[in-house]
Design a protein around this ligand. Structure first.
Ligand SMILES: *Cc1c(COP(=O)(O)O)cnc(C)c1O
Length: 414
């Protein structure tokens, strides 16, 4: 069957025929049946160079042989015990070796759970209820943070989800990214009620939005002065900008950090961690409850351990070739009068001629034009994330030929 035929059936069974909103696009999403290295292969056998990469986890590309071997070997010893396993220690040590602000951590199954739990422990520790987030940031699909949220919310124009009681978001305050005045105002006014500021150090769910020089440092200074915790959501940037994440790259130390995506090597995972005195409030040590049947499962941890070990060897190479790619694409953008934004192995071409510094800037883009461009790229065998408000990723598996071909196709399709 063709993708269009399968999609017709799926639309009857699943809302919009998909399991997560941004996977849906007009006229129909493409059904994939296999993947290898930098490529996705659809059910009709056509292959695509993949820049969506599972929306971020696959920094080593598809079907990395070392991870596949490790996971298959691990499966032979069972895949769920409901007891502690040694891999919990191995992965924690690997993470703490690189992400210096994490002194203690807990494993969960998704990024959504990680930010939900980090916010809960921040509230429990400070005995305060309010949190500050950035307009257009995305911290997963739970109530507290689904206000002016990026990703699918931005793509489909529903940044504030229906079904969330007003009470659930009355403690969520929004400020604009890269705007210190608004943050300073809010902290000054409500510091006694604000538990934490949560942000993506590089916004990755409204396209790629970089922090201005010293912005993150100033946010750190402001939160410290006002005795408000700082949570870095590094679910995209962790082990991508550098082994120590955006906090190492920009040299700023948060109190709590969330990780996900890359640290599960392509299997479901989330992690939250940080200062020991905060993390010691988690159950059963402390009063902040958190639990999960599949948390710290052997398969995700094994894949994560192998991924980080490989990244210790190859992350520099990934970033070097990404720099070359980013330069080529930004030259094209300049030519065509579009705004290009990229750092390390994440990039996006914004369909606007103005600089994008925050959510409102991103919303000025011509997203219909982007989707036309996306479909032209798809026809040429390049799979981009199907939204102006997502991030393109480059993996270890992308060859020089892949990247050069992509640059040519960009020129043609813009
Ligand atoms: C993807 C993402 C999440 C949510 O992670 P899930 O595993 O999809 O629940 C949270 N924060 C950021 C920054 C993300 O990119």
């Amino acid at each position: 069957m063709k993708s269009s035929e399968l999609y017709k059936i799926a639309e009857e069974l699943l809302p919009a025929g998909v399991s997560s909103p941004v996977r849906a696009f007009e006229p129909n999403p493409i059904y994939m049946k296999d993947a290898d290295g930098s490529k996705l292969i659809d059910i009709e056998g056509k292959s695509y160079i993949d820049y969506c990469l599972g929306f971020g986890p696959l920094i080593l590309g598809h079907k990395n042989p070392t991870i596949m071997r490790a996971v298959i070997e691990r499966l032979k010893r069972g895949w769920l015990y409901g007891t502690p396993i040694e891999e919990e220690i191995t992965l924690a040590r690997l993470i703490m070796k690189h992400v210096k602000s994490i002194e203690m951590l807990r494993y969960v199954n998704t990024g959504t759970e990680a930010t939900m739990s980090a916010i809960r422990v921040a509230r429990g520790f400070t005995s305060k209820d309010k949190i500050v987030k950035m307009e257009g940031s995305f911290h997963g699909a739970h109530d507290t943070v689904l206000v002016k949220a990026g990703s699918g919310g931005a793509t489909f124009g529903v940044p504030n989800s229906a079904g969330i009681p007003k009470e659930s978001v009355k403690n969520t305050i929004q400020v604009s990214f890269n705007d210190l005045d608004s943050l300073s105002y809010v902290l000054d006014k409500s510091k006694d009620e604000i538990a934490a500021v949560i942000l993506e150090p590089v916004m990755g769910n409204v396209g790629v939005v970089l922090p201005e020089k010293d912005y993150l440092r100033e946010v750190r200074a402001l939160t410290s002065e006002n005795e408000v915790l700082l949570i870095f959501d590094e679910i995209i940037t962790g082990f991508r900008l550098s082994l120590g994440g955006a906090q190492e790259y920009y040299d700023v130390t948060p109190d709590l950090t969330t990780l996900g995506k890359i640290v599960g090597g392509g299997f479901p995972i989330g992690i939250f961690g940080g200062r020991r005195d905060i993390m010691e409030n988690i159950s059963p040590l402390g009063p902040v409850y958190q639990a999960g049947t599949f948390s710290g499962n052997p398969i995700s941890l094994t894949a994560g351990i192998e991924t980080i070990k490989i990244l210790e060897e190859v992350l520099d190479d990934i970033n070097k070739k990404s720099d070359v790619m980013n330069r080529s694409l930004s030259e094209i953008a300049e030519d065509k009068n579009y705004f290009f934004s990229g750092v390390a192995s994440m990039f996006q071409m914004f369909f606007t001629n103005k600089r994008v510094n925050n959510y409102n800037d991103a919303m000025q883009c011509d997203k219909d034009e982007y989707m036309k461009f996306f479909r032209r790229m798809l026809n040429e065998g390049i799979y981009l994330p199907p939204s102006q408000f997502e991030t393109n990723f480059i993996s270890a598996a992308h060859s020089k030929e892949d990247l050069e071909k992509t640059v040519e196709v960009y020129k043609k399709c813009l």
